[in-house]
Design a binder for this molecule. Structure first.
Ligand code: ATM
Length: 238
């Protein structure tokens, strides 16, 4: 069940404090490489397709760094264990705002430790999920204000935006059927189908807002034609 969300208070309109700069938190890391993210609802095949894409780009001579969210660092993997716990009596209760901050804490560490250095070295970074997942799940799904989530993500990533985001689109009921019930995490077992429908609609809206960055791939098909489209979407910008 998702509870209705009480909006945060609007920001107070006041002059910025002189001499107080946000500084490095919103400074873009130097970018020589290319960041490609894969997004989509559960059961869309992100893990398999990210691996196949990494292999295909590697075979074309690119140096590829494959990673995922939440995770990819020691801190991120520990946070993943908390965030993706199975629902149940003993499971932690996590408020959507706490979710948003914890996913972004894992993201900040991943950018600092893995993504920014790899981009700086000119590598192609493939990341399964990134900041758009927070907008889709905690924003469109759980009802937190999108602009506030964007602001948190800017702090976490230093303003880093993917060069290409590939949305593996699949209806939530189809995606959910692809996963064994034993493998269901907190989001799959603890949130209803309407939540996942809002998440999918959110991804589609985000993609429509930035058509140059996003490519939508119909992931209900067999993995081979899906992969062809994913590879084409990546090669377009490499
Ligand atoms: P997978 O890595 O298996 O896709 O699971 C990650 C889950 O975390 C996914 N749940 N489902 N279904 C989506 C959720 N998630 C968020 O809610 N916000 C985020 O910012 C990220 C990165 C993931």
């Amino acid at each position: 069940m998702v509870r209705a969300f009480r909006p945060l208070r609007p920001p107070v309109d006041r002059e910025p404090v002189r001499g107080c700069r946000i500084g490095p938190l919103t400074t873009l890391p130097p970018v020589k490489g290319t960041l490609i993210t894969l997004e989509g609802p559960e059961g869309a095949g992100k893990t398999v397709l990210a691996r196949k894409l990494a292999d295909a780009l590697g075979a074309r001579g690119h140096t590829v760094r494959l990673t995922r969210e939440p995770g990819g660092t020691r801190l991120g993997e520990r946070l993943r264990a908390i965030l993706l716990e199975r629902a149940g009596d003993a499971a932690l209760s996590i408020d959507p705002r706490a979710d948003a901050l914890l996913f972004n804490a894992a993201r900040a560490q991943l950018v600092a430790e893995v993504i920014a250095p790899a981009l700086d070295a000119g590598e192609v970074v493939l990341c399964a999920r990134f900041a758009d997942s927070t907008l889709a799940y905690q924003g469109y799904g759980a009802g937190l204000p999108i602009e506030e989530l964007r602001a948190i993500a800017r702090v976490a990533t230093g303003g880093l935006v993917p060069d290409r985001t590939i949305l593996l689109d699949v209806a939530p009921d189809v995606g959910m059927r692809r996963k064994s019930p034993d493998a269901h995490n907190r989001f799959e077992s603890g949130f209803d189908l309407d939540f996942h429908r809002r998440v999918r609609a959110g991804f589609l809206e985000l993609a429509a807002e930035e058509p140059d960055r996003w490519r939508i791939v119909d992931s209900t098909r067999h993995v081979d034609p899906v992969f062809e489209d994913v590879l084409a979407a990546a090669l377009e910008i490499l």
